[in-house]
Design a protein around this ligand. Structure first.
Ligand code: PNS
Length: 160
């Protein structure tokens, strides 16, 4: 019986929707690995180090959550950490096609790993990191959409 799960993503930046999924996961799985994709080709707003630090700070109250960075195949990281469950959040039907393809590809790559989809609180169904970055850069408030720490880092970034 495998009781750990891995929640992968870019987390650029982490939103309240991500945190909601993480908390829900922890009600089901005693151990959770939050895996941040290190993909410079995606040209993230926040460096990998910044994304790691933010998530570690946000999740520091829970010793059974491990935050790590990865490159390469997700299934390899899952195997290395002895995890057989990949968690992905589904906000809307429009997410489904891409998520379905990823789940099938990951199953092709490693048949013993299952993808589970979780639905965030409906307050967060319209949130995405890219829309948050867009509206923030255009001067809108992101209060309530991201944790205060992330809002603070966004403010610092815009001063750089
Ligand atoms: O939050 P995102 O950007 O939608 O997350 C995408 C992520 C990190 C889950 C996905 O890009 C990924 O798993 N990348 C690692 C490379 C890999 O394993 N690709 C094959 C899976 S289809």
């Amino acid at each position: 019986m495998h009781t750990a799960a891995i929640y992968p993503g870019s987390f650029d930046p982490a939103t309240n929707g991500h945190l909601d999924i993480i908390r829900r996961c922890r009600r089901i799985f005693p151990r959770l690995v939050v895996a941040i994709l290190d993909n410079p080709r995606k040209q993230p707003l926040f460096s990998l180090q910044e994304r790691i630090e933010m998530l570690e700070a946000l999740l520091q109250d829970d010793p059974l959550i491990e935050v790590l960075a990865f490159d390469g195949l997700l299934v390899n990281v899952a195997r290395e950490h002895d995890v057989r469950v990949i968690i992905r959040g589904l906000r809307a039907i429009s997410d489904f096609e891409y998520e379905f393809q990823m789940a099938m590809m990951n199953r092709y790559l490693e048949g013993s790993i299952e993808t589970l989809f979780m639905v965030p609180d409906q307050a967060y169904t319209y949130l995405s990191s890219s829309l948050i970055k867009e509206i923030y850069s255009l001067g809108a408030s992101v209060q309530g959409m991201v944790p205060e720490l992330v809002a603070e880092r966004l403010r610092e970034l815009s001063k750089r």
